[in-house]
Design a protein around this ligand. Structure first.
Ligand code: IVH
Length: 700
């Protein structure tokens, strides 16, 4: 995926100085502009420096557009360092910046055949003559610009923000399929060839195997591996990474033939010795285009490299010139993006995991399979009824589905491939961790391990207490907690505060430095305040919202602990169910022991004064939401605030990066888009629940 970081922005703000401010700027507008600047900078950094974007290009553009509009209306809001004033993210410090003479643009997307036809209808109105197309595979790598002068490769640059990229000449020079000298006697004076650098699948698997052996980080997918390999400071590392390249576009051209069409351009490029993809086809009309897209979809797994769609381009260069560009992309090309991917693999087993509340969740152990851009080995099966409904049985060949970054899902068995006499899976009678019976109550879909002493529940309760939504103790994840529970250092969350460097250092796999860091983050967590402590305790029905309400109203843990059900019910935002649950929690002696440990350790058990900034646990950190349609219990603003207060983001358009689409009354086209992309859809009730509890265990 690429991004045009200057799109529209620079033109729109370039002459701001000459415009008068159209009135005083209210605080809210100024704050929104500041927030947008900050958010855009953050996304720029993730995109350019970390190779780890969390929003789609379209979402980025929507944010940038909003800031441009605000600044255009109120020029006094423009700051020298605003993302609108500088093309995208700062070029990385490691590589020299390269200014692209012709900007490197992105492509508009189509997700269905209808959208491709609609594109054809749009562009056909712009030119009098019939349009001939060229279809190409959409390679899932990263765009690169190669500059040849008098036939020699003199510079290679990444796209960067489309205007300025990174000079990666030394690294690109190690890619064997990229010629260092163009073929033929009459080389053009200057020629910029653009195309995609990618990592073939076998090279990707081999790289990850080596990374694994060396206990280095594995790459999530070939695209990341290719990007990471090009960003090496040491070109010898790039040289060891088997990258490949296909050209598909020209930038600067001085000398050489006058080209009239894309296919002429491609064959000339090929004559010069550059690799051109062999699946590229000339397509006479839009029906043939659709056939081509479908054929690419069928062939995608046999190519030896990842593709995520097909690119359709107008062949005739004169027609292209007539069609022109929108702010972010040419009108004469479109990317048809493949629907969520499905693969088959063996279901090796069904296991049950135990959560902090004792909930027993079945999950599929799959023969690892590369699907939707990453390797999937586990997938939740939710509960007994889901397993029964899908009728998946250990030993089955099953269909696994995943769209982009969405949670992988087992769709169902391939019955034709079911081995004979395969037995139905039955829910285990006993907890895999402690052996006590698993209980499913009348009217409920979940099983529970009801043994409060269950070691796995202990682990999960402590992990939850230390987790991001609660006390946020960095470095205390599941693996560590399990190690400490096994070593007898932790029995409950209160014990976290008795961990010292001296007690930790003797443990295996724990260096002194890590122990010191861990103890420091434990110490730092003491000041999180009452609301987060209440969330961390994992009281049933008490999510961030109820915890906040209790903390605000009662001010200190002592008052929450000793409040009667009536007093609790009187708190705004706390109903009888929550009140009962809180009272029941504090009546359990074992729970009070935990509280004593917290008190003793000096954990802050008070709430910040009224009027201080709201302090809702960031249960939605890293999640992106799109809202469509009207909600009953919340206004649009209220819903956005609630998401943002919990660390989530709200964006205006659905992409495969969207975590959830919240659907109210009379939803718009975003619903259909979410369905096409396989983005999880939430109704109002599920959304309110999510605000309360955070995403379910196992959500991406
Ligand atoms: S043409 C102005 N052709 O997809 C159009 N792009 O989503 C320039 N890509 O930035 C791009 N395969 O990194 C083109 N056959 C192909 C492509 C292709 C992959 C990438 C490229 C581009 C991105 C847009």
């Amino acid at each position: 995926m690429g991004r045009v970081r200057h799109s529209g922005g620079r033109g729109a703000v370039g002459n701001l100085a000459s415009m008068a401010d159209s009135g005083r700027v209210d605080d809210e507008t100024a704050a929104r502009a500041a927030a947008l600047r900050e958010e855009l900078r953050d996304h720029n950094e993730r995109y350019f420096l970390l190779d780890d974007p969390i929003i789609s290009d379209a979402e980025y553009d929507a944010l940038l557009r909003e800031l441009i509009d605000l600044e255009a209306e109120h020029p006094s809001l423009v700051t020298a360092d605003s993302p609108t004033q500088r093309p995208g993210g700062a070029p990385s410090a490691t590589f020299a910046p390269v200014a692209h003479v012709v900007p490197m643009l992105s492509l508009d997307n189509a997700f269905t055949a209808e959208e491709v036809r609609a594109w054809d209808a749009r562009i056909s109105r712009l030119v009098p003559d019939r349009i001939v197309f060229v279809g190409e595979p959409k390679l899932d790598g990263l765009a690169i610009s190669l500059l040849y002068e008098d036939g020699r490769l003199v510079r290679a640059a990444t796209r960067g923000d489309g205007v300025t990229g990174d000079d990666v000449t030394a690294n690109v020079a190690t890619i064997s399929s990229i010629p260092k000298r163009l073929r033929g006697a009459a080389a053009p004076r200057r020629l910029e060839v653009r195309g995609e650098v990618f990592m073939p699948l076998d090279a990707f698997e081999e790289l990850n195997r080596r990374q694994g052996e060396a206990e280095e980080r594995l790459f999530a997918n070939p695209r990341n591996a290719a990007a990471g390999s090009l960003r090496q400071k040491d070109a010898r590392v790039t040289a060891s990474r088997a990258l490949d390249f296909f050209g598909y576009q020209l930038g600067v051209q001085e000398g050489g033939p006058t080209l009239r069409s894309h296919h002429e351009m491609l064959s000339w490029t090929q004559d010069l010795g550059l690799p051109v993809n062999q699946h590229i086809r000339s397509l006479a009309d839009i029906d043939t285009v659709i056939d081509f897209c479908e054929r690419m979809l069928e062939q995608r797994h046999g190519l030896g490299y990842e593709i995520d769609g097909a690119v359709v381009k107008v062949d005739d260069l004169a027609q292209r010139a007539e069609m022109g560009f929108t702010s972010r992309a040419p009108r004469w090309a479109i990317a048809y993006k493949f629907p969520p991917e499905e693969k088959t693999t063996r279901l090796n087993g069904i296991m049950v995991s135990i959560g902090r509340t004792g909930r027993a969740t079945p999950f599929a152990l799959l023969e690892p399979v590369f699907v939707g851009g990453s390797t999937v080995g586990l997938a939740t099966l939710h509960n007994q009824d889901e397993v029964a409904r899908k009728d998946v049985r250990p030993g089955d060949v099953v269909i696994v589905r995943k769209a982009g970054d969405v949670i992988p899902e087992v769709v169902g068995p391939v019955l034709a491939k079911r081995p004979k006499r395969l037995r139905r899976w039955t829910f285990p009678a006993n907890c895999p961790a402690c052996g006590s019976p698993l209980v499913r109550l009348e009217g409920e879909s979940d099983h529970h391990c009801v043994n409060l002493e269950c070691p796995e529940q202990r682990v999960q309760r402590i992990v939850f207490f230390a987790g991001r939504g609660a006390m946020d103790v960095e470095g205390l994840g599941e693996e560590r907690v399990r190690q400490f529970v096994d070593a007898g250092l932790l029995r409950d969350a209160g014990d976290i505060y008795s961990l010292t460097v001296e007690r930790l250092v003797p443990l295996e796999r724990l260096a002194a430095r890590s122990a010191e860091n861990l103890v420091a983050s434990i110490e730092a967590s003491k000041t999180q305040g009452l609301a987060r402590v209440l969330v961390g305790l994992g009281i049933r029905h008490v999510g961030p919202t109820a915890a906040q309400a209790l903390a605000r109203a009662l001010g200190h843990l002592d008052r929450v602990e000793h409040a009667s059900v009536e007093e609790l019910t009187a708190v705004d935002g706390v109903g009888p169910i929550i009140a009962e649950s809180v009272a029941r929690f504090f009546a359990v002696a074992g729970n009070r022991v935990v509280l004593d440990k917290l008190r003793h350790a000096g954990v802050d058990l008070s709430a910040p004064q009224r009027g201080a900034a709201p302090d809702v646990p960031v249960v939605l950190g890293g999640y992106t939401f799109v809202l469509t349609g009207g909600l009953e219990s919340l206004t649009r603003e209220g819903a956005e605030e609630a998401i943002e207060a919990r660390g989530g983001k709200v964006t205006s358009s659905v992409s495969k990066k969207t975590s959830f689409v919240v659907v109210g009354e009379n939803p718009g086209t975003k619903l259909a888009k979410a369905e096409t992309l396989g983005v999880p859809i939430l109704g109002e009730a599920a959304f309110v629940q999510l605000l309360e509890d955070g995403p379910p265990e196992g959500a991406a």
